[in-house]
Design a binder for this molecule. Structure first.
Ligand code: GLU
Length: 428
């Protein structure tokens, strides 16, 4: 079996598969297989030592037929133009499936942000904006946080853009801190969005969530709030989470026989998702290797780390007990693994539906920035729930009508909306 390890090839393969089923016009297909625009740049940064270090940055704008491009910025040591292309493409489908009037983009810098001091981080963020500011903006392309970036970094970037543009422009970037142009509920939006999707999935599959267990990969923001939401909103039990230990440079699965207390673990986790495992051990937690989460006898798996984790090699380690995979991460499942999951009849909530909560609240944030009027948390989360419920149901209904896998159904819904917008604008 061939393994697809290149994320962009994976995104194209998923798209091609559905484009074929839809008999999509070959010119439209060729256009949507590739991003519309790409920027590659070098960012010189003065380090605290006084030396200059050069960083490589990318911004990829995949499609803006439905509105300004939208998508996060990753700071990741193994970032490549192809990972950014894939993530930008998935953003187009994500915004379309969430039915928010935005296109898709993504940015990346090749760097491990944990190795930078706060002042180096600030200079790198400002340097990124210096390179790209003419090609982003509230009506062009709106960045946001992703792996390795934080609300504080978004604030520095917004400030740099505002200085260059000569006016305060909070809507140039989302995921800003509350009190600095950010929206209530943005931090927990992606994780809660995963849970709203799961709630809807369990309703349709007639599964009692209170009797369910879950295993989660990752313990960054998405995983933390998915874990909290699984216990608090669904009344289920999260048996373990996995995380990347920065000190040991390895990953572990950390679990508790009675179910983890996500709020406790969050309290002993640093800003990069690294848990203090000694404190966890003292509190009765067990530590296993980083792949153990996927082999757990649980009802739900939530990959909420990075792409390519459920692949041709690992998919066979998934327990027969698992009924639902809720993809909190972007691109966690390769096309080869999808074939295996399909043949097993697994119910998969595909990434760009499952994790669309973050960008949905980013959209609410930009609406609030435009109005200069801010909503309470309850209102944000209620609006988010309404959007997610509608998105899940449109994908689920399509999967039933067309008798297709949930990922293919999500692509059908998204492609249809993007193609319609391109037609209305007279592009095709
Ligand atoms: N980075 C997040 C994602 O992949 C959020 C993007 C945004 O808020 O624009 O969906």
């Amino acid at each position: 079996m061939n393994t697809t390890t290149n994320a962009f090839k994976m995104a194209q393969q998923q798209f091609d598969h559905v484009a074929e089923q839809l008999q999509l016009d070959p010119h439209i297909r060729e256009f949507l297989r590739w991003p519309m625009r790409e920027f590659h740049f070098r960012i010189p940064v003065r380090m605290d030592s006084g030396d200059i270090r050069i960083f490589n940055g990318f911004r990829v704008q995949h499609n803006n037929a439905r509105g300004p491009c939208k998508g996060g910025i990753r700071f990741h040591p193994s970032e490549t133009i192809d990972t950014v292309r894939a993530l930008a493409t998935w953003m187009t489908w994500k915004c379309a499936v969430a039915n928010i009037p935005l296109g898709g983009s993504k940015g990346g810098i090749i760097v491990d942000s944990a190795t930078l001091t706060p002042s180096e981080k600030e200079r790198l963020c400002r340097g990124f904006i210096n390179q790209i500011w003419r090609n982003i903006g509230p009506r062009q392309d709106v960045p946001a946080p992703d792996v390795g970036t934080t609300p504080q970094m978004m604030s520095w970037m917004m400030d740099e853009y505002s200085k260059l543009a000569g006016q305060y422009t909070p809507g140039v970037i989302t995921g800003k801190p509350v009190g600095g142009g950010g929206s209530q509920g943005r931090t927990e939006a992606t994780g809660y969005g995963v849970i709203y999707n799961l709630r809807e999935a369990m309703k349709t599959l007639k599964i009692d969530s209170a009797k369910c267990t879950a295993a989660i990969q990752g313990f960054g923001k998405v995983a933390q709030y998915a874990a909290i939401g699984f216990a608090e909103l669904l009344k289920g039990k999260v048996m373990c989470v996995s995380y990347w230990d920065r000190n040991d440079r390895t990953s572990y699965t950390i679990g508790h026989p009675k179910g983890i207390d996500a709020n406790f673990l969050k309290g002993i986790t640093d800003q990069y998702g690294s848990i203090d495992k000694d404190k966890a051990k003292e509190a009765g937690y067990t530590i296993n290797d980083g792949s153990a989460w996927m082999q757990k006898d649980v009802d739900v798996l939530i990959p909420a780390a990075i792409e390519g984790q459920i692949n041709a090699e690992t998919v066979h380690t998934i327990s027969k007990k698992v009924r639902i995979i809720a993809e909190g991460a972007n691109g966690p499942t390769t096309p080869e693994a999808d074939e295996v999951l399909k043949s097993r009849g697994m119910f998969v909530i595909p990434d760009f539906l499952c994790n669309c909560g973050g960008v949905t609240v980013s959209y609410f944030e930009s609406v609030q920035n435009d109005m200069n009027y801010y909503w309470p948390r309850k209102e944000v989360l209620e609006r988010l729930d309404t959007k997610i419920t509608a998105a899940f149901n449109s994908v689920y209904e399509t999967s039933q009508q067309e008798k297709v896998y949930m990922r293919d159904a999500a692509y059908m819904v998204a492609i249809d909306r993007v193609v319609k917008a391109m037609q209305l604008r007279g592009w095709i």
